[in-house]
Design a protein around this ligand. Structure first.
Ligand SMILES: [Fe+2]
Ligand SMILES: [Fe+2]
Length: 455
């Protein structure tokens, strides 16, 4: 059973998706925050008969379009698929919905706010209009693993399902878990965690009230901040890869960047920073975060600092490797790296395309500065002119990309030497001989004035 669900509020959509997945067994929910994206998706499905979906659930808040127009074109193509409006406004206040209820017997309206029990009744009424008896609510409710990145301390016990009857506790009520704990489950391909039905009410309240991802950089300790940023980064990658950049995703990114800039503002202490990363196992996150901090710090040293440039570099740092799934691949910067020989031809090909893939993903969003996409596209170009994907000569590399490339290279070198400060001298000297060319000259000067003394 497939459902199309359009709602631009990430938190609300995630919660109602949890409900849907518990009400309807084995349903696949296609989520959208924008009507335009949902429309594109439906267009591609229109050759699969008149009812490729069980129903469409659409909030009036869907971005990039008008619900009335969206419904009109939907109704033309999918006359036998029920359409459910999900909104605070009654249907007669929504334009373009005049004959809505007469088009299909199961077309309906879910008035928000609604209790989970009433939502369940409404949904079952749409899917099984002729049902005679009530289906029992299961003893355990499932929640996608991804949702647990929104907080780090559950208000109830959380379980993993081993078999139809067997559930084992993975997180205890009130006890913190880390991003690495969730990542380990993800690697084992655990898609869902489970909560006892009687705890579900608590979970929902917690889910909505939780402000874990809203942080105040001034109050948090560096460790707390790092913890929050790690969770946020994981959430953001999930959100963006599955749905693209919704407004909520962009807002979350901006909040992360604000926190990161706060760190740069407090006069960056490299020793502290390196100490925190030693022994960490989450390279994708570590190097995105460190690259943003080092790049913004260089910008400041160069007197190029302004909010717009900081945001551009920070944004690029958080998303430049978004299409890389294997953290080991993110450690490779050079297309001739011997490490690449360990991977199949297909994996290498995909890896060599990752700057372009992320470039194309970001370019689709007009509210993200196009410079972000450009930097991402160039992040594996090199001062020798033999980088990828375009083997750009240094003269053709954007000056802001040059700052990014240097910061990224520096962070990779630090990681290769296990964040050992003793190796700083060696790393800085290698950078000095490589980067004294074209657009790299200015950031190199700032880099040397920053790290020569440390080396
Ligand atoms: Fe990278
Ligand atoms: Fe990369």
């Amino acid at each position: 059973m497939e459902i199309v669900f359009i709602d631009s509020n990430d938190k609300q959509r995630s919660l109602y998706r949890i409900y849907l997945e518990n009400i309807l067994e084995d349903c696949v929910v296609h989520e959208f925050f924008s009507l335009k994206n949902a429309h594109k998706f439906l267009e591609n499905r229109s050759d699969k008969g008149e009812r490729p979906f069980t129903f469409v659930l659409a909030n009036t808040n869907g971005r990039d379009g008008d619900l009335g127009e969206f419904y009109e074109s939907f109704h033309q193509k999918f006359k036998t698929t029920p359409f459910v409006i999900f909104s605070e406004d009654p249907v007669d206040l929504i334009s373009g919905m005049d004959s809505f209820f007469s088009h299909h017997p199961q077309n309906s309206h879910i008035q928000l706010p609604i209790s989970p029990a009433d939502f369940r009744e409404k949904v079952l009424g749409v899917v099984y209009p002729d049902r005679m008896n009530l289906t029992a609510v299961k003893a355990f409710q499932k929640v996608r693993l991804f949702n647990f990145y929104r907080f780090n301390k559950p208000q109830c016990h959380v379980y993993i399902k081993l078999s139809k009857m067997k559930y084992v506790k993975v997180f205890n009520q009130g006890v913190k878990y880390s991003r690495a704990d969730l990542d380990r489950l993800k690697i084992k391909e655990v898609d869902y965690l489970y909560i006892r039905n009687e705890d579900f009410q608590k979970f929902q309240v917690n889910f909505f009230r939780n402000n874990f991802l809203e942080f105040d950089a001034d109050v948090a300790t560096p460790d707390e901040l790092q913890e929050k940023l790690e969770f946020t980064h994981a959430m953001l990658h999930e959100l963006v890869l599955n749905l693209g950049f919704s407004e909520d995703a962009i807002e979350l990114t901006e909040k992360s960047l604000e926190a990161i800039f706060g760190i740069v503002d407090k006069d960056l202490n490299l020793s502290d920073l390196l100490r925190r990363f030693r022994g960490q196992d989450d390279y994708l996150y570590d190097h995105s975060y460190l690259t943003s901090v080092i790049a913004c710090d260089l910008l400041r040293k160069m007197n190029w600092w302004n909010e717009e440039r900081m945001e551009i570099l920070g944004f690029a740092a958080l998303f430049h490797d978004i299409t890389i799934k294997n953290p080991m691949l993110a450690k490779i910067t050079d297309k001739r790296d011997e490490e690449l020989k360990k991977y199949s031809e297909k994996e290498v090909k995909k890896y060599l395309k990752h700057p372009l893939e992320a470039f194309e993903l970001i370019l689709e969003y007009p509210n993200i500065p196009s410079k972000v996409a450009e930097i991402i596209c160039q992040h594996h170009e090199s001062p020798e002119g033999d980088g990828f994907p375009n083997s750009l000569r240094p003269i053709n590399i954007d000056p802001l990309s040059a700052v990014f490339i240097m910061a990224h290279d520096f962070v990779n070198a630090l990681e290769k030497h296990e964040y050992d400060e003793e190796k700083l001298d060696f790393i800085v000297n290698a950078m000095r001989s490589r980067y004294d060319v074209g657009p790299f000259k200015l950031p190199l000067r700032a880099f040397l004035s920053r790290y020569k003394a440390a080396a």
